[in-house]
Write a protein of this length. Structure first.
Length: 345
């Protein structure tokens, strides 16, 4: 299935049904008079977060969504039926923005979240509603109110515990394939990954979700290469796993390029906990591994792990480190969300 993480759509709630002008005229019935019913309410527009979706492809080939109009009122005081609602189903991690693509309306982070986005127009009153002692035969009714219409942006940010970042061909897809059941495209040329991939990693009887995003290059925040549009998918990650290709000449410069792009992108990516790893260690001699790792550690200012996804060397250590950081952050969040004091009746 094609991956789509952004879509612009037009939504409109239903118009209210018109009220009815009607009079009761039946032979041998003593009391006649106005009996026009009210119009029905127009359909609402709902947005719901559902399970089983991981892309916005449903909004690629259809951009206009309109709820049904309420049924008009009828004689014999019969009110019109409400118009049918429509529900826009979105995957977990979807954000809804105004037409300017900057003003956030809603953020769906859990399955089952539901938002009444646009209300349908109210139905109009029939002429029976206007009957008074001084106006016993009103000959007018209200039209239904029009529904609301808006253009909105849907933007998907995948929710994962850890995110893989690095230059193209740093071994991110190979690492994801080695530690999970995901099957990303792997090849020996840059930009093999053209859209984010998710994998579930199991370690020590627990599991976490790992996201692999397309590689970054210098100037990505200005649109160079694929750009930085996919960095939004790691905004929600608790920890970043930064892979640096050990076979390239200047590993320190490779590290600085990625850190520069994360800083230029903003949104707190450069402040997230980072695990730095020298990848493709199987292609290096023991001496070259030490030299590259020392060079990288000096540039980063903290220790560096050495891994090889092809042979499995160091992979388990990296996964345990990710699991530990994720658990620590989960514990901190749980502590912050606990009530301040014990409840007493």
């Amino acid at each position: 299935m094609k991956f789509l993480d952004e879509a612009k759509i037009n939504v409109r709630s239903g118009d209210g049904g018109a009220g009815c002008v009607s009079f009761r005229r039946e032979k041998y019935i003593e009391f006649g008079g106005p009996d026009g019913g009210d119009g029905g309410r127009g359909g609402h527009v709902w947005i719901e977060c559902v399970d089983g979706l991981n892309t916005l492809i449903d909004y690629r080939y259809r951009q206009h969504f309109k709820a049904k109009t309420g049924t008009h009122g009828m004689g014999r005081n019969r009110s019109g039926a409400h118009g049918a609602d429509i529900t826009l189903k979105v995957p977990v991690g979807t954000q809804v923005f105004e037409e300017d693509n900057e003003t956030l309306i809603a953020d769906f982070t859990k399955v089952g979240q539901r938002l009444l986005f646009l209300k349908g127009g109210n139905g109009g009153f029939g002429n029976a509603q206007f009957k008074t002692s001084r106006n016993q035969a009103p000959r007018h009714a209200n039209p239904g109110l029009e529904g609301e219409e808006r253009w909105i942006w849907l933007r998907l940010k995948l929710i994962a515990d850890a995110g893989l970042v690095g230059l193209p061909n740093a071994g991110k897809s190979t690492f994801l394939a080695a530690v999970s059941a995901a099957k990303p495209k792997i090849a020996d040329y840059p930009f093999t990954t053209l859209h984010p991939n998710l994998g579930v990693v199991r370690i020590d009887q627990s599991e976490f979700v790992l996201a692999d995003i397309p590689g970054l290059i210098e100037g990505a925040h200005e649109g160079v290469g694929i750009g930085d549009r996919f960095l939004g998918h790691v905004e929600r990650c608790r920890v970043l796993l930064h892979l640096v290709d050990g076979t390239q000449e200047d590993v320190a410069e490779a590290y600085r390029v990625i850190r520069g792009e994360l800083s230029a992108y903003g949104n707190g990516l450069d402040e997230k906990p980072e695990i730095l790893a020298l990848s493709k260690a199987d292609a290096l001699t023991e001496e070259a591994r030490r030299e590259k790792a020392d060079e990288l550690a000096e540039a980063a200012g903290h220790p560096v792990l050495v891994v090889s996804a092809a042979t499995g060397d160091g992979v388990e250590r990296v996964l345990r480190r990710i699991r530990r950081i994720v658990d620590e952050i989960d514990a901190e969040e749980a502590e912050e969300n606990e009530p301040a004091g014990e409840w007493r009746p």
